[in-house]
Design a binder for this molecule. Structure first.
Ligand SMILES: Cc1cc2nc3c(=O)[nH]c(=O)nc-3n(C[C@H](O)[C@H](O)[C@H](O)COP(=O)(O)OP(=O)(O)OC[C@H]3O[C@@H](n4cnc5c(N)ncnc54)[C@H](O)[C@@H]3O)c2cc1C
Length: 393
């Protein structure tokens, strides 16, 4: 084991990925997660990963988990297609880079495999202070305190660590809400989607700024079967192929209903979408009709506002905790995984325990590419989702 210990707040994608790599390199690490379990809350279904995220996962994970990831990751055609509400193609762009489609819960279960004893669930972190010896004392919700040489805030867009550490860093509403759900892909439902819709993401846009998005998750092997074959005893649930289906529009499109979007049930959300597409192509109406109301939930899209670099200390941040972004580019998770790989590499190569230099190097790069991705997400969001421009700081 190394001389130092790392405390990570948040067992999301970035926090677990970092913990995997640190454990592999013999660094003592503890992760504190607010939720009781991986599946306590609905956080979404499909995640698109780019080749940077894919390479990061290869760097972070032991070979057997890379095999499990590969066995459970779809590889849709790397094509973005924009259709009008009559399904005429307005725009299409094919990338030279491969695209990867993972199921979020499956990926988190893979990231937890083998490090279960380093992760404490149901334990929110409430704050921290720097102790007299320079180490970081982290406050847990049960009133206890744990100490580490480095504190990593990987606690997502509402990060408690960021709010204490960088109170000037802001999160803003983009002015767009999105309702997310899924359609199981069966022989019958597959017929609802033409070839174009099996590309990495297809957006069908209404004349009023509203849109429907569809994207496939096709598992090469059922996650439960792949886990039984490769990592018996791991917690991957059985999941069948599905198509994510989302509906989005600006807040004013929803009118007074916006106030209650977070709290209404799936049937009501389904009614909102079904009514919205009543004059769209009959196939879009059928797609929505097949979207399972039980899977639907609504989220306001939010973004961080880029800030200048700050002085490095023993507290650092990764992922949405520092550079949450509009999902318009589909790269929030990709950037969190890139952070995890960069921070793991910096920490495990810290020469003679020079943590300060390692953290400074990580932050210099992360602030640059992280906020570049935030700006790209905002620009795409303005172009395709009708979202508000990012404020200047
Ligand atoms: C519906 C949807 C679809 C998306 N699709 C894509 C996509 O296709 N591609 C892509 O790249 N990105 C996508 N994103 C963005 C992506 O989900 C995020 O960027 C990514 O999850 C960030 O990872 P993270 O580890 O930083 O944070 P999170 O995954 O949010 O994890 C943070 C963790 O911290 C925990 N936590 C919070 N507060 C505390 C506390 N006080 N104490 C302890 N634990 C705490 C949370 O419970 C959570 O488990 C999507 C987002 C949404 C909502």
């Amino acid at each position: 084991m190394s001389k130092f210990t790392i405390i990570i707040v948040g067992a999301g994608l970035g926090g677990l990925a970092l913990a995997q790599a640190l454990r592999r390199h013999g660094v003592a690490v503890s992760v504190y997660e607010r939720d009781l379990a991986l599946d306590s809350r609905r956080q979404g279904y499909r995640l698109h990963l780019d080749s940077v995220a894919w390479d990061a996962l290869h760097q972070l994970l032991p070979p057997v988990l890379v095999d499990l990831l590969t066995a459970t990751t779809g590889t849709p055609r790397p094509r973005f297609t924009l259709l009008d509400r009559d399904l005429n193609e307005l725009f299409g762009q094919e990338s030279a880079e491969p695209a990867f489609a993972v199921d979020r819960l499956t990926l988190r279960a893979i990231l937890l495999t083998g490090i279960e004893d380093s992760v404490v669930f149901g334990t929110p972190v409430t704050g921290y202070h720097t102790a007299g010896d320079g180490r970081i004392a982290v406050h847990l919700s049960d009133g206890s305190t744990v100490h580490g040489d480095v504190l990593v805030g990987a606690d997502g867009i509402n990060s408690v660590v960021r709010q204490q550490y960088l109170p000037n860093a802001r999160i803003v509403e983009t002015g767009v809400w999105q309702i997310y759900g899924a359609i199981p892909l069966t022989d019958d439902t597959r017929k609802l989607f033409d070839d174009r819709m099996f590309g990495v993401f297809t957006m069908i846009t209404g004349a009023d700024g509203s849109f429907v998005g569809v994207a496939p998750v096709e598992f090469p092997e059922n996650p439960a079967a792949a886990a039984a074959r490769l990592t018996p005893g791991s917690m991957l649930a059985s999941v069948s192929d599905y198509m994510t289906c989302s509906f989005g529009a600006r807040s004013d499109w929803f009118g007074p209903a916006e106030q209650s979007l977070r709290h209404v049930d799936g049937d009501q959300l389904h009614d909102i979408i079904a009514t919205a597409v009543l004059t769209w192509h009959p196939r879009v109406q059928e797609i929505i009709a097949h979207c399972d109301p039980m899977t639907l939930f609504a989220l306001p899209l939010r973004s961080s506002v880029p800030i200048p670099a700050w002085n490095t200390t023993r507290v650092t941040l990764l992922g949405d905790a520092i550079h949450a972004m509009s999902p318009a580019s589909g790269s929030g998770a990709c950037t969190a995984l890139r952070d995890a790989a960069g921070l793991a590499s910096a920490l495990t190569h810290a020469v003679d325990g020079d943590l300060h230099a390692a953290l400074r190097d990580y932050e210099q790069h992360m602030v640059d590419y992280g906020f570049t991705a935030v700006r790209a997400g905002a620009a795409n969001g303005e172009r395709f989702l009708d979202q508000k421009p990012l404020p200047l700081q």
